[in-house]
Design a binder for this molecule. Structure first.
Ligand SMILES: [Zn+2]
Length: 256
């Protein structure tokens, strides 16, 4: 299937693609610890793989840009290997990417983000840069919209990082990210300040990941499978592409 993948195109090919391209997909990940059974590039690789699959679904309307392969991860810094950008750095990178692409005529953008720690920064970036650069900016979590598949397959009360959901996505999209012989459940600290600060509580605040989990993951990665990953990823792609066709008033007929 076709996908306009900017990193693999010549300028002549880009020029030709711009006759139909309506928006750019900017994959955004992180470089952070993912427990004992996943490598640190996980979020960046998953964002990129998903962006290319979405680019295929949205062909010839979408152009997939290079991946922003580091993100806002200060909560993981006490595990070896994590690299964290400051929120202002991430916003600056996105500003430069968008203003460059606007120079080429693209005025609509989707941040396709795989890392929860980036979400609040992307919200701020979309507010700031929409006005500053006079463009349209949208953002989405890669697989958060796969509510049905997640509900059917994910049973852990606490999940979302190197858990059965994320490991399944990797087994489907990029199995080289996973160390199958090392799969572990999250080693959760049952006591701790983090419990009072989880989403849904009245008071929110920053806490370090090791306050919540000793081995750096949550959920139960031993339940992950290729099949679950396929369900979650494909449901997400269905939802994302459907909403993009509506949002940008695109004709589905031209897709095939
Ligand atoms: Zn991750």
């Amino acid at each position: 299937m076709d996908c306009y993948d900017l990193t693999a195109m010549t300028w002549k090919e880009v020029e030709e693609s711009l006759k139909t391209v309506q928006f750019a997909i900017i994959p955004i990940g992180a470089h952070e610890q993912h427990g004992p059974h996943m490598v640190e590039s996980c979020d960046a690789v998953l964002a990129e793989k998903l962006a290319k699959k979405l680019g295929e679904r949205m062909y010839p309307y979408a152009l997939v840009t290079p991946t922003v392969n580091m993100g806002v991860s200060p909560h993981h810094l006490n595990f070896p290997g994590t690299i964290s950008l400051q929120p202002t750095t991430l916003i600056s990178i996105l500003k430069d990417v968008i203003s460059s692409l606007k120079h080429h005529g693209i005025e609509k953008f989707l941040f396709l983000n795989s890392h929860g720690g980036n979400q609040s920064t992307l919200n701020v970036a979309s507010m700031m840069l929409t006005k500053e650069l006079d463009v349209e900016i949208y953002y989405a979590k890669t697989t958060a919209s796969a509510k049905k598949s997640i509900q059917e397959n994910v049973t852990s009360p606490l999940f979302g990082h190197s858990c059965e959901r994320e490991v399944s996505e990797a087994l489907y999209l990029a199995p080289e990210l996973v160390r199958p012989e090392s799969l572990e459940k999250g080693d959760i600290n049952e006591e701790g300040r983090w419990k009072q600060l989880r989403p849904g509580k009245a008071i929110q605040g920053f806490y370090y990941y090791e306050e919540m989990t000793n081995n750096g993951c949550i959920g139960n990665a031993t339940k992950a499978s290729w099949e679950i990953g396929k369900q979650i990823v494909e449901e997400s792609l269905d939802n994302l592409s459907k909403e993009l066709y509506q949002l940008f008033h695109l004709k589905v007929e031209a897709h095939s």
